[in-house]
Design a protein around this ligand. Structure first.
Ligand code: ADP
Length: 485
């Protein structure tokens, strides 16, 4: 049956800026909807009402209704709040028992929290004013149970019959794997044989795997990653599922919010600048050197990293060569939180290289912006990278990325070609510490010895366009195809 009016999409995510963010997912779920709206998609977002949501937003929320949501054999309270933000409607699922906690994830009962949220999303649809979605757009394993519950619990209900699902993989590494005992007690799926089969993975429950079978369409966040995950090396044990469903798998590159990440207006910066006034980057560099207690020198190349401290991000490569790197008279600034072993090693690196390395082991949005603005290079030697936003942000801020050629890094950074002058950054192919070292050294040499060539690269990087417009159009196309089905 042909649909009338704009396609209606309910995006479900565990984080969305400016309400909650631990990484790229928050940026995407917070910014993509704005651009989809501009394309004429009637999109709304639903997420948990976390304790960490800034008070100024909580004050603006309007209570809509409450109802109960089943989690296995229990019935739990669910309050639904609503807030308009920059033209997009956000719904917040309220249950203090599950969401009034310090962090977003990492609790012993995460399986129950995501099961609750997934069912709450489906139940809430009956309460959204004049808004019955054609498509529920799920993001990462926290929402992986939505397609499963939709078919298993709501399949017989005509109201839900024509709702389709899209599932976006932001990072295949995180799958939501739990012990088998949750099937009945927490998920309420005992005896649902199709679901049990799809959830089963090495005698454990794998939420993401089930979603990949139950969802109508799968997307991931760059074309290269969409190809890579069909192979065992990148497939995180699910390469065979990706191959099986390759006909329904699309790679759509993430963008960034060009209003939000704009060196001309970014209030966190010491000095604002644009493509034509970018000599002001130097003032940002010296201000950051002062802020971090590094020697104040305009001429020294500054390399930066802003990241979750985890193996994925290639920290082992960096740590292996970092001492040698900074002996080349390069200042290294790291901002990140994560695994303790990396925090310890970074602290030790800083101690060994006073005045050359600054390791800021915290999550600080403002500082991250000042680092993007101040540095000359941004290092991202990821082992794998579904899309990566940091390299895109750094190009926007006129900082040249040095990346490993994988996933979205390969799709977004054009490596410098010294013969044609083409490029927006530097890249290397193998997961090898000395390839990284060589590539950063090569970049630093260009910075020191060939300013005009460096400047051209910076212009090209700042001119590269990774705003959401073209990707939003691709999402819209798939939503429309799904809504017609
Ligand atoms: P991922 O989603 O794998 O963490 P992305 O590159 O896609 O990586 O997105 C990371 C986002 O999180 C970027 O906006 C980056 O600036 C931000 N970020 C990461 N670590 C920190 C930190 N310690 N402080 C502030 N922002 C951070």
């Amino acid at each position: 049956m042909e649909k009338i009016g704009p396609t209606k999409v309910l995006m479900a995510a565990f984080e969305a800026v400016p309400f909650a963010k631990t990484g790229g997912l928050g940026d995407v779920a917070g910014s993509l909807p704005k651009y989809l709206k501009k394309e004429g998609v009637d999109i709304r977002v639903i997420m948990p009402k976390f304790l960490s949501i800034p008070e100024k937003y909580v004050q603006q929320m309007e209570f809509l209704c409450s109802f109960t949501v089943s989690v296995g054999w229990r019935n739990q309270y669910c309050g639904l709040f609503r807030l308009e933000h920059e033209g997009v409607t956000f719904y917040f699922v309220d249950n203090e028992y599950y969401f009034k906690r310090d962090k977003l994830y990492g609790y012993y009962d995460d399986a129950e929290r995501v099961a609750y949220f997934s069912n709450a999303v489906l139940r809430s649809i009956a309460y959204l004013e004049n808004f019955k979605p054609d498509v529920i757009h799920c993001n990462d394993w926290h929402t992986a149970l939505i397609p499963v519950f939709l078919k298993e619990f709501y399949g017989g209900n005509p109201f839900y019959y024509d709702i389709r699902t899209m599932f976006t993989i932001h990072n295949l590494k995180f799958q939501g794997v739990f012990g088998k005992e949750i099937i009945g007690d927490v998920l309420g799926l005992a005896g649902h044989t199709a679901a049990e089969d799809c959830l089963d993975s090495d005698d454990a429950v794998n939420c993401l795997k089930a979603a990949l079978f139950f969802t109508d369409v799968i997307t991931t966040v760059s074309p290269t990653y969409a190809e890579e995950i069909k192979y065992e090396f990148f497939g995180e044990g699910l390469g065979w599922v990706m191959r099986l469903r390759s006909g329904s798998l699309h790679g759509i590159l993430n963008g960034i919010d060009y209003d939000e990440f704009n060196p001309e207006t970014d209030r966190a910066l010491h000095r604002n600048y644009n493509r034509d006034t970018r000599e002001e980057k130097i003032a940002n560099k010296t201000a950051l050197q002062r802020e971090l207690g590094l020697p104040v020198r305009e001429d020294v190349p500054m390399a930066a990293i802003v990241t979750r401290l985890t193996e994925q991000k290639g920290l082992d490569l960096l740590l292996f060569i970092a001492d040698e790197l900074v002996r080349e008279d390069i200042q290294l600034v790291v901002l990140g939180t994560g695994e303790e072993k990396y925090e310890k090693e970074l602290r030790a690196l800083e101690k060994r290289n006073v005045g050359r390395v600054s390791a800021q082991l915290l999550f600080d949005e403002g500082l991250s912006r000042r680092i993007y603005a101040a540095s000359d290079m941004f290092i991202m030697p990821s082992r794998f990278e579904p899309c990566g936003l940091s390299q895109i942000i750094s190009m926007r801020y006129g900082t040249l990325p040095v990346v490993r050629e994988t996933g979205g890094l390969k799709d977004t950074v054009t490596p410098y070609n010294e013969y044609t002058g083409e490029g927006t950054g530097f890249s290397f192919r193998n997961y090898n510490a000395h390839e990284l070292l060589f590539t950063v050294k090569r970049a630093a040499r260009l910075y020191r010895e060939n300013k005009p060539a460096w400047d051209r690269l910076v212009t090209q990087a700042m001119d590269a366009d990774f705003s959401w417009e073209s990707s939003a159009k691709k999402y819209k196309e798939i939503y429309e195809e799904l809504a017609e089905k």
